[in-house]
Design a protein around this ligand. Structure first.
Ligand code: NAD
Ligand code: ZN
Ligand code: ZN
Length: 347
């Protein structure tokens, strides 16, 4: 089968021919119908050799941690699911037995590192291929009649902002303001989630007029360029109270500094982007009782909730479609910042 693989550190990913994987005990083979390209893949492929080695991911590795497909074959002992069922792959897989896993929060598994459990495409072969192996049927959520291409990105670009925003909802009451930095794959879904789930005024920031147009198309009340005028523009909207919550989908030092400069008393600064994994937040100098959160992906039940929002027509993903052969081009466009919404690869 064809797969998009990261082979050489620093080089573009390549389309390779690899064997169709055989499901081992308990595993499920899924025939992929759509896979999404995330900036985290780009981030990893931008790492130099020693930083890459610190993750310990083996190469070559098939990319892709957003995936939907159809159950194709069950390994020995796998049960609870039937071939032919359309499914979405829950990516942040854990041990299934610790306390967070028992709550469905496998993204916060206590034992994943110790047991070397990694998401597809982030340590094990991922979804940018014709088939993928999933370690356990519990990671497969019913997709039902949701269109695979239009909805695959909800598994990360929907789930991650949903989890980030849900934690701040008690603060996002009438009269509140929410700032979204970066209206890309995750950010443009975040804007819709904020509009669907809260009465907050939503302010979006990005680097180009195209991205600002996307932000307003999907519901932002205000959209500003992320330059040296941004803080003043935000302050004109939020006033002396400051922003109630800032969701930073870039996570670079300039965006974290900008976020820190506009948050208000009792606000949330939520850093989702990993633009600079070492971005520093100015300690204690900021408004009273502001909280800093750095959430990771989301829980299994939250992914079901995101699918329900999509079924209700309250959230959608703007997608640009690529074939598997065109997948390197999808990552090139992602890196260049010229995609509208999410790149989706269809094998
Ligand atoms: P993306 O490339 O689709 O979107 C990023 C957007 O930010 C783009 O529109 C870009 O133009 C914009 N941008 C870049 N620099 C900016 C700046 N200085 N000010 C304002 N906007 C700026 O990326 P994505 O796939 O949506 O991912 C966003 C970030 O979230 C990445 O860092 C990714 O690695 C991270 N991520 C984190 C998690 C998590 O669980 N914490 C999950 C998925 C992705
Ligand atoms: Zn991702
Ligand atoms: Zn666990």
């Amino acid at each position: 089968m064809k797969a998009l693989r990261y082979v050489t550190i620093g080089a573009a990913p390549e389309i390779s021919e690899v064997p169709v994987p055989e499901p081992g005990p308990g595993q499920v083979r899924v025939k992929i119908t759509a896979a999404g390209a995330c900036h985290s893949d780009s981030f990893l492929m931008g790492l130099a050799e020693d930083a890459w080695q610190s993750f310990g991911y083996p190469l070559p590795m098939t990319l892709g941690h957003e995936g939907v497909g159809v159950v194709d074959a069950l390994g020995e002992g796998a049960h609870g699911i039937e071939p032919g069922e359309p499914v979405a792959i829950y990516g942040p897989q854990g041990c299934g037995r610790c306390y967070p896993c028992a709550q469905g929060k496998e993204n916060y598994c206590e034992r994943a590192a110790e047991l070397h459990i990694t998401p597809p495409g982030l340590g094990t072969d991922g979804t940018m291929a014709e088939y993928v192996l999933v370690p356990d049927a519990r990671h497969l959520l019913p997709l039902g009649d949701l269109d695979p291409v239009a909805n695959v990105a909800l598994t990360d670009a929907g789930l991650t902002p949903y989890h980030a925003i849900k934690g701040s909802l008690p603060k996002l009451i009438a009269g509140s303001t929410a700032v979204v930095i970066g209206a890309g794959g995750l950010g443009h879904v975040a804007i819709q989630l904020l509009r669907a789930l809260s009465p907050a005024t939503v302010i979006a920031l990005d680097l180009s007029e195209d991205k600002l147009a996307l932000a307003t198309d999907v519901g932002a009340h205000h959209a500003f360029l992320s330059d040296k005028t941004a803080a003043d523009n935000i302050r004109k909207v939020v006033g002396a109270r400051g922003a109630t919550a800032v969701f930073d989908f870039v996570g670079a030092q300039p965006t974290v500094d900008l976020a820190s400069s506009v948050i208000g008393v009792e606000s949330d600064l939520v850093i989702v982007g990993i633009g600079a994994a070492n971005a520093q937040v100015g300690a204690l100098a900021k408004p009273y009782d502001a909280a800093i959160r750095a959430p990771y992906w989301g829980s299994r039940s939250e992914l079901m909730e995101v699918f329900d929002l999509a079924r209700a027509g309250l959230v959608h993903v703007e997608t640009e479609r690529f074939s598997l052969d065109e997948a390197p081009e999808a990552y090139r466009r992602l890196h260049e910042g010229t995609l509208r919404g999410r790149a989706v690869v269809v094998p």
